[in-house]
Ligand binder design. Structure first.
Ligand SMILES: Cc1cc2nc3c(=O)[nH]c(=O)nc-3n(C[C@H](O)[C@H](O)[C@H](O)COP(=O)(O)OP(=O)(O)OC[C@H]3O[C@@H](n4cnc5c(N)ncnc54)[C@H](O)[C@@H]3O)c2cc1C
Length: 226
């Protein structure tokens, strides 16, 4: 019997020219970079640096595996170190990309016959856009928690019946309140695969809710941003 092996993805580190800065809200934007030789799995992240700066930060990959550009979604943290600098980047500026990193990925063997629930706070939606773009037939439900409806980044890309927006600061979402409220009141099938991404408080709360609903830890995958 011959086993089909996927070649190991190489960790790359290079300077890339910013192709496009896509403004999504007053504070959030995406950076589009040329993909060239860069290969990744949906859900993975990169480390981003700016030419001449000694610091770097991690960003989930926002583009699908087959998209033309490598894209990341960034929210500017006003008193942060790195994001105010990222927000000033213009097309043609150089950024240093290393990676891809991380095991926050879809198990391809489960794509055909499992349900996937993606639970994201804020920019934690980034890896899920990559997964949805990469696997067009994925049976998924995305639960996105934000403060205001304008933060439903690229909402039009998700099928309306697969996307639940929870807004805690206004009433523009289907659910008014935190995403944990939605999680508590929603029923999920037994073998569902859960993916959680965003701030640690949301992830700890969501883990408790899923545990109380009887789901096993090995069907829950987490990516903590801060
Ligand atoms: C694996 C991984 C993937 C990540 N992917 C993304 C991504 O796709 N998009 C993204 O915007 N960020 C992402 N982050 C967070 C990112 O790496 C930085 O921490 C963030 O951009 C803030 O950097 P800063 O230097 O401006 O703030 P810093 O000076 O490093 O930190 C200031 C404070 O800001 C808070 N903070 C950090 N991130 C956020 C945020 N998104 N919203 C509100 N407060 C925040 C933290 O509490 C931190 O203490 C990811 C982090 C990890 C570990």
């Amino acid at each position: 019997m011959t086993m089909e092996m996927k070649p190991e993805l190489k960790i790359d580190e290079t300077f890339y020219k910013v192709k496009e800065v896509r403004k999504l809200t007053d504070e959030a934007f995406s950076l589009r970079l040329p993909k060239s030789r860069f290969k990744y799995h949906a859900g993975q992240h990169i480390s981003l640096g700016i030419q001449g700066d000694y610091q770097s930060r991690e960003y989930s990959i926002y583009s699908g595996e087959n998209d033309e550009c490598l894209e990341v979604l960034v929210k500017e943290v006003k008193d942060g170190y790195f994001t105010p600098k990222l927000s000033k980047l213009k097309p043609g500026d150089l950024v240093e990309v290393s990676g891809p990193f991380g095991k926050f990925k879809i198990d391809e063997k489960k794509v055909a016959d499992h349900k996937f629930v993606f639970i994201a706070s804020g920019t934690g939606i980034a890896p899920f856009r990559s997964m949805v773009r990469t696997y067009p037939n994925l049976d998924y439900l995305l639960i996105h928690g934000v403060r205001y409806g304008v933060e439903a980044y690229d909402k039009h890309e998700y099928a309306a019946d697969r996307h639940i927006l929870c807004t805690s600061g206004d009433k523009t979402g289907q659910v008014h309140g935190r995403l944990t409220k939605c999680l508590k009141s929603t029923g999920f099938e037994k073998g569902t695969q859960f993916y959680l991404c965003g701030n640690s408080n949301m992830i700890f709360d969501a883990l408790e809710i899923l545990k109380d609903k009887g789901f096993e830890r090995d069907q829950i995958h987490c990516e903590v941003y801060f």
